[in-house]
Write a protein that binds this ligand. Structure first.
Ligand SMILES: Cc1ncc(COP(=O)(O)O)c(C=O)c1O
Length: 482
């Protein structure tokens, strides 16, 4: 039995390919990077040399030579009759906070110390079953994208190579505003759109701009770690507000918030929608206390059972809501494009802070994205991907229900790129360790709780996986024991 996904090895190998190096050296580079980055975590077993050679279309002798070299370098431990394993020196805690050693501690500020201890929020670098949040990049229309890039470079290379507008490339801002008005009922003109590199950058920027040390921020419990880390970095006092079937449910005894972070159309991770009653109640709280609301609409493009509820921003009559969207899932993550729709009073201050960060995003990529939207490719791509992801989600549910009913219970949800499953109380850490040893990623539900001990579960990413990879991943999990 191979301990990891064939598609993943091919991707890693292709990423390291270079015509100037022999195949053995290319394979060594790919394996070192996979082990160092944690894409193949300790104590995963690597595929048998025969299997890997067949998957990659290279000779077994080459794979044997690469494994031998990596053993000598200390990356692998090889055991006769058992196989090749990631060496113990690459062990790292599961989703754990990173402890600091004395010398590192001394070199950092208090803020730096706190940031690093939070563990950051890394995304998976390769589509590994069942890493959460990756879109399928194999299904992206790369040829169309290349043509649009070439056209832009032929026409506007010099202009696009210059410094750009910190607020974002104007035609892209106009295309985003038009899309959001039509698809999400957001009330926005291009002049309110700020183009950024990611929602993560938006959260960090808004934290710096809007929060003072100790300001109260309400967060959904459980909720998105990216928001938690970014707002904690700004010195916020985080208050975990429970989520029920209608979304965030604040009690009367909470300290008034300076900022509320919400995922209203598809709560992360539970998948529920924030009900209209709650939306109106939270907007009223924001009006009363002069609080800001961040509406993170991170995956509204991927709802499979009808349209999601319109954005909360469209209900806001007091200019309290800041709407966030990203192209990381709808197009591809390394594009590094996301956007905020700001209340008019925040546009100028936010653009100024953007100049302190990184000035502006890549003009070429913004121009190509604007063309991709304006020529109808974006709408067509979303239609296609919705269908693809819908069928993958159905397959994963079917496989889990059929093969792992003793282990987990699927939580239905109308959309998203990952599926929430509940595990028996107290079993998450133990089952996660077993899955990790097989090279299967099972993102933790418990780690998404700020204050409570939390429920046991996994958030299984399916969107980037072919039907065969989904079946293989579930088959691998069948050996897990509670
Ligand atoms: C709730 C939520 N917001 C934002 C993002 C990511 O957006 P970006 O890649 O633009 O930072 C994610 C990614 O998984 C997410 O789950």
């Amino acid at each position: 039995m191979s301990s990891t996904q064939p598609g993943m090895w091919l991707n890693l190998f292709q990423a390291a390919q270079s015509t100037s190096l022999p195949l053995r050296a290319q394979l060594c580079t790919a394996l070192r990077e996979a082990i160092r980055s944690g894409a193949v975590p300790y104590p995963a077993r690597l595929p048998a040399s025969r299997t890997l050679a067949a998957d990659l279309g290279i000779s077994r002798v080459t794979v044997e030579a690469a494994y031998g070299q990596l053993e000598a370098e200390g990356y692998l431990t090889r055991r006769v009759g058992q196989g090749s394993f990631v060496a113990a020196r690459f062990a790292r805690p599961v989703e754990a906070e990173q402890p600091l050693r004395g010398s590192q501690l001394a070199a950092l500020s208090q803020r730096g110390h706190q940031l690093v201890r939070g563990g950051g929020c890394r995304d998976p670098r390769t589509p590994l079953a069942f890493a959460a949040g990756s879109p399928d990049l194999r299904a992206f229309p790369h040829d169309t994208w290349r043509q649009l890039c070439n056209q832009r470079l032929r026409r506007d290379a010099a202009t696009l190579a210059a410094y750009g507008d910190p607020q974002g490339y104007a035609p892209l801002r106009a295309a985003i505003a038009a899309y959001l008005q039509q698809a999400r009922d957001v009330r926005a003109g291009a002049e309110q759109v700020l183009v950024l590199t990611s929602s993560q950058q938006a959260l960090h920027l808004l934290g710096s701009l809007l929060l003072d040390e100790g300001d109260v921020v309400w967060l959904e419990e459980p909720g998105y770690r990216g928001a938690r880390t970014a707002l904690a970095a700004a010195g916020a006092r985080l208050v975990a507000v429970p989520v029920d079937g209608e979304g965030m449910c604040p009690g009367d005894d909470l300290p008034p918030p300076r900022l509320i972070y919400l995922t209203p159309s598809h709560q992360y991770p539970s998948g529920c929608a924030l009900s209209l009653t709650r939306r109106l109640a939270l907007l009223e709280i924001a009006r009363k206390h002069g609080s800001w609301i961040i509406e993170d609409d991170y995956d509204s493009e991927f709802h499979y059972d009808g349209r999601p509820l319109p954005a909360m921003q469209g209900l806001d009559r007091h200019e309290r809501v800041i709407y966030l969207g990203t192209f990381s899932k709808a197009l591809f993550p390394s594009l590094r494009l996301a956007y905020a729709v700001l209340p008019p009073a925040l546009v100028e201050p936010a653009c100024t802070v953007r100049t302190i960060y990184d000035g502006h995003g890549s003009q070429l990529m913004q121009a190509v994205t604007a063309d991709f939207i304006a020529r109808g490719h974006f709408a067509a791509h979303l239609r296609y991907m919705r269908q693809l992801y819908r069928s993958r989600r159905a397959l994963l549910i079917e496989e889990l229900d059929a093969k792992l009913p003793h282990l987990l219970r699927v939580q239905p949800s109308p959309g998203g790129l990952q599926l929430l499953v509940e595990l028996p109380p107290g079993s998450e850490a133990h089952l996660t360790r077993q899955a990790q040893a097989l090279g299967v990623a099972t993102p933790s539900l418990r780690s998404l709780y700020l204050a409570e001990p939390g429920r046991d579960g996994w958030l299984l990413g399916f969107a980037a996986l072919s039907a065969e990879e989904i079946r293989l991943g579930v088959r691998q999990l069948q050996v897990l024991r509670i």
